[in-house]
Design a protein around this ligand. Structure first.
Ligand SMILES: [Fe+2]
Length: 135
């Protein structure tokens, strides 16, 4: 079963920049899900997976700049999590290309790992930002 969030609003953190970028990520992940369900060619699925990979690289860079801008104290730890996620994603895309992983499995990974990161880790950035606004 594919679990990609259809109700993106439930993943909003309350920060316009990060929410818009997460929304684009969900859109692209949903696009990959649709490619898997509608029987798009393997090459097309690979192309979309690479599109997601490049978007995630951009998004993480953008998020890291934002954390630095607000002086987020756990910047290095958060960046390390981004590196792990990008490495995992790269390995899975390699497996998709070499037919060791199917598109639905990649969507599940994107859904579970990245949604977990958004809710558990990115929310800490927003909580820190909110604390700053209290003072
Ligand atoms: Fe993050």
């Amino acid at each position: 079963m594919l679990l990609v969030a259809t109700n993106i609003s439930s993943y909003k953190l309350g920060n316009e920049l990060l929410d818009k970028e997460h929304e684009m990520f969900f859109f692209l992940t949903n696009y990959l899900k649709m490619a898997a369900l509608s029987g798009k060619t393997h090459q097309m699925q690979i192309n979309i997976a690479h599109e997601i990979q490049k978007y995630v690289q951009f998004h993480f860079f953008s998020e890291e700049n934002y954390m630095e801008e607000i002086g987020f104290p756990n910047l290095q730890e958060h960046c390390a999590l981004h590196t792990i996620l990008l490495t995992d994603l790269g390995e899975r895309i390699y497996k998709l290309v070499s037919n060791q992983l199917n598109c639905k499995e990649l969507v599940l990974f994107l859904d579970e790992c990245f949604l977990h990161h958004t809710l558990q880790e990115d929310s800490k950035i927003i909580n820190y930002q909110l604390q700053l606004q209290l003072y």
